[in-house]
Each structure stands twice: as structure tokens, then as C-alpha cells.
Write a protein that binds this ligand. Structure first.
Ligand SMILES: Cc1cc2nc3c(=O)[nH]c(=O)nc-3n(C[C@H](O)[C@H](O)[C@H](O)COP(=O)(O)OP(=O)(O)OC[C@H]3O[C@@H](n4cnc5c(N)ncnc54)[C@H](O)[C@@H]3O)c2cc1C
Length: 416
């Protein structure tokens, strides 16, 4: 049933008892054309575009827990396309354009809100870097505005401009950036994919690969063996573990990243604001809570929870940027498992093992990539060639030296 005003009124008169389940709950079939491992945003978007764009509907998404239980449901929901490098910018702008039409496409309210992303700068050197990034964005047809301190003050008067250790000099603004409701993105893709015939199979953990003459021809799971002509991995922080089952060692490490949410307060923060003198970013949810995050915890882990030193560090950064935050009570914090690639950019490519495909290395920026990642991974799975905006995301760049080092900090983005 489509979500529409008409159906809302009709259901209201019938006590809302007629809404069907948003997606089917099928038992796994013995074989599919494509299996996607991982029921996060990327896996579900891939399945949806396989069915919608390429007409491949014999697709299963296998999720070891419930869909959205990984990073898709744990992130701070920021979407933007303010990238610098030619390998990245067209991809993230493609994603932004998909976000802009996503709710109509999926017939689902994903609360996409283009409330603006403002990256602050605090020195002349940072201003020059921001100007360069803004120019690169505009050369790719992407909106970017370099603001001076007065313009930032008008937008965000609650920031500490003058007395802070790192006085604010201005900011780079992308007005089309913003936030989207992360769970709703998962549910929207799941519902739309299921409608097109995709089987979403929850509580189904992949425990190994079925191989024949070197080729991957299926997976072993906690619900039995399932065969497929092609198997795609979209398991984010579990990438290295699943890859190991296939005998692959990837340039990816798993790290914990935490997020934080406060009690709800009246509207204060108009968009997303990021601190330029540290790693801290903040926005306000539609319920009124402040949602923020910062650095990785800094050690390898497969647990979805972090530790207190990172909590203290993030809160200190928040206090340095906007001391007003000190009066707000924090309600919750949680951790997610980041698949940190060694140049900070993702991989959407064949794995080198026939039949096995990779979508990985999203670091702490993969939520905004969800639509484009799904689109491009579906393209690769359907056609065995890279989509034009994802051509740089090759696995062999780590061997050939064609790294996409967006942050300019070398081969260890996990260190700060
Ligand atoms: C605290 C935090 C804040 C973040 N903030 C942002 C942000 O503001 N903006 C942004 O762009 N990005 C952000 N990110 C990053 C973003 O969330 C991720 O890069 C992105 O969600 C990863 O893709 P996914 O949604 O498919 O991953 P996941 O949702 O993690 O999906 C992977 C799925 O694979 C499943 N899985 C694992 N092993 C198996 C197995 N053996 N069998 C079957 N299934 C398996 C997992 O259960 C999981 O559901 C943040 C991440 C965190 C943790």
C-alpha cells in the first residue's frame, strides 16, 4: 500500500488496523541471482537499485541481527557533498542528488532536511584550505559559500567567537547539506526493495563462503546454505572478519566511533556545525536533542561501544566551541564499528575472487554515501563494470599507489 494522504485518511477511519507490514519476512530460498551480505543502509540500497534499475529481483539481503542494527542506525545522520578530490566529489554529489529525490522515489518520509553544513575555520591557513575546497566544489557544480566571521555570527550566535582558545574566523557553508533520519532511510529502502521482490532475511548470519573451482557460489549461514551467482559484501565494520572467511586480507581496520545525544531543548542550532580546531560536529534533531560526535576511540575493536576517555575528549571539544552546551544534560552515548580504510576513502570493486564483490572502507562518512553506494554497487554487481562516479574506488589502488587521501594525512586515517 502506498503512503498517501488518501490512505492515511482511510486508515484513520478504520482505526489504523489495515496497514500492511512494511516489508515481507520470507524464509530463505535455496538460491538467488545475487546475495547481499549486510542489512544496513548500503546493503538495502544495493538490493533496491538492483531490482529497480537493473531488473534483478531474485536478490536476498542477509542480516545477522535486525536491519539497521549496525552503523546505519547509530550514526549522527549528516549528509553533505563538500569533498575536495576528483575521485570523491562527483560520487558524493551524485549521492546528494539521490538524497534530494529519495523520499518521492521510495514513497517514504526519510526526513531529509537540507538545513546546511557549516565547517568552521580558525586561522588564515584554514581559511585558505576552506577556499580551495569551496572552489573545487564549485568547479564540480556543487554549492559552496565562504563566510566571514560576521556571517557565521549571524547564523550561529551561540558559538564562542572571541574568548575561545581557537577564535572563529569564518566558515565554509554547503546549504544543500544537512541531515536525514537514519532509521527511516533503512526502513524506506527495505520497504521499497521488498515491494520489488527482494527477500530481506533477518537473524541470518553469514558464517562462511561456498566455493567451487575457486569461485564463490554461495554462503553458509545460521539458517543453512544459500547459493547465488554473485555475492556482495556490505558489512561495514565487519568487513575484515567476513573477508577473512574468504581468505582475503584487506587494507581496512575496525575502530569504534561514538555518538552522543542530550535532552531536548528549544531550537538552537539551525544546521550542522563542525569545529575546525578539532574533530567535533553537532546538530539538533527534530525532537530537540543535540546530536554530536568527535574522534574515534583510537584502538581496534569489534564491540559496538566505546570508552570514557573519548567521551571526555568529545565533550571538551564541545565546550571549547560552544560553552553553552555545558548546561545541557547528556542522555545517551553509543558506539558503532567503523571500517577504516588506509586512505580514508571507500572501495566498491570486485574482490579478486570470482563471484565476490566488495563495498567497504566507509570510515565515519558512509551514511551520506548510502544512496550512491547502493546505486554504484548495484551497477557493479549487475554489469561487472564500475559506475563512472565510483571508478576511483578500486581495491588495487593500495598496491598501485593511487590513493584518494581526502584528509591529506597519509596512510593511517585511524591516527589523529
Ligand atoms: C557514531 C557514528 C556516527 C557516524 N556519523 C556519520 C555521519 O554523520 N554521516 C555519515 O555520512 N556517516 C556517519 N557514520 C558512518 C556511517 O554510519 C557508516 O559509514 C555507514 O552506515 C556504513 O554502511 P551501512 O549503513 O551499510 O553499515 P551497517 O549499518 O553497519 O551495516 C552492516 C550490516 O552488516 C551486518 N553484518 C555484519 N556481519 C554480518 C554477517 N556475518 N552476516 C550477516 N550480516 C552481517 C551488520 O549486523 C550490519 O547491520 C557514522 C558512524 C558512527 C558509528
Amino acid at each position: 500500500m502506498r503512503y498517501s494522504l488518501f490512505n492515511l485518511f482511510r486508515q484513520a477511519f478504520e482505526g489504523h488496523r489495515g496497514w500492511p507490514a512494511a516489508w515481507r519476512d520470507p524464509a530463505p530460498q535455496p538460491a538467488y541471482d545475487v546475495i547481499v551480505i549486510g542489512g544496513g543502509g548500503h546493503g538495502l540500497a544495493t538490493a533496491y537499485y538492483l531490482a529497480k534499475v537493473h531488473g534483478i529481483t531474485r536478490v536476498a539481503v542477509l542480516e545477522k541481527s535486525y536491519i539497521g542494527s549496525g552503523n546505519a542506525g547509530r550514526n549522527t545522520t549528516i549528509i553533505r557533498s563538500n569533498y575536495l578530490l576528483p575521485g570523491n566529489e562527483p560520487f558524493y554529489e551524485f549521492s546528494m542528488k539521490l538524497w534530494e529525490g529519495l523520499e518521492q522515489d521510495l514513497n517514504y518520509n526519510a526526513m531529509v532536511s537540507q538545513r546546511g553544513v557549516l565547517n568552521l575555520y580558525h586561522s588564515d591557513g584554514q581559511r585558505d584550505a576552506a577556499a580551495r575546497r569551496g572552489n573545487a566544489m564549485r568547479m564540480h557544480g556543487v554549492d559552496a559559500e565562504l563566510l566571514d566571521v560576521d556571517a557565521v555570527r549571524r547564523m550561529a550566535p551561540f558559538l564562542d567567537f572571541d574568548t575561545a582558545r581557537f577564535p572563529i574566523r569564518g566558515g565554509l557553508l554547503q546549504r544543500r547539506g544537512g541531515t536525514a533520519r537514519h532509521d527511516a532511510v533503512v526502513w524506506g529502502y527495505a520497504r521499497a526493495a521488498s515491494d520489488l521482490g527482494v527477500d530481506i532475511i533477518q537473524n541470518c548470519e553469514v558464517t562462511g563462503f561456498v566455493r567451487e573451482a575457486g569461485r564463490v557460489i554461495g554462503v553458509e549461514t545460521t539458517r543453512g546454505e544459500i547459493r547465488a551467482a554473485k555475492v556482495g559484501m556490505a558489512v561495514a565494520g565487519s568487513t575484515s572478519r567476513i573477508a577473512r572467511m574468504a581468505g582475503l586480507r584487506l587494507p581496512i581496520e575496525s575502530h569504534v566511533l561514538q555518538a552522543f545525544v542530550t535532552e531536548a531543548i528549544k531550537p538552537l542550532i539551525p544546521g550542522v556545525v563542525t569545529f575546525g580546531a578539532g574533530h567535533f560536529y553537532i546538530s539538533q534533531s527534530d525532537k530537540g536533542s543535540l546530536v554530536f560526535g568527535g574522534d574515534l576511540d583510537g584502538y581496534n575493536s569489534y564491540t559496538q561501544r566505546g570508552n570514557l576517555p573519548a567521551v571526555e575528549h568529545v565533550l571538551e571539544e564541545g565546550m571549547a566551541l560552544m560553552p553553552v552546551i555545558g548546561r545541557v544534560r547528556m542522555l545517551r552515548s553509543w558506539g558503532g564499528l567503523m571500517d577504516m580504510s588506509m586512505d580514508g576513502s571507500p572501495i566498491i570493486d570486485q574482490s579478486g575472487i570470482p563471484g565476490l564483490y566488495l563495498d567497504a572502507g566507509w570510515c565515519y562518512g558512509g551514511f551520506k554515501a548510502t544512496p550512491a553506494s547502493g546505486w554504484c554497487f548495484a551497477h557493479l554487481l549487475a554489469r561487472d563494470t564500475s559506475h563512472e562516479v565510483a571508478r576511483a574506488y578500486r581495491l588495487d589502488r593500495f598496491a598501485t599507489g593511487h590513493l584518494i587521501d581526502e584528509k591529506g594525512q597519509g596512510a593511517q586515517p585511524n591516527l589523529h
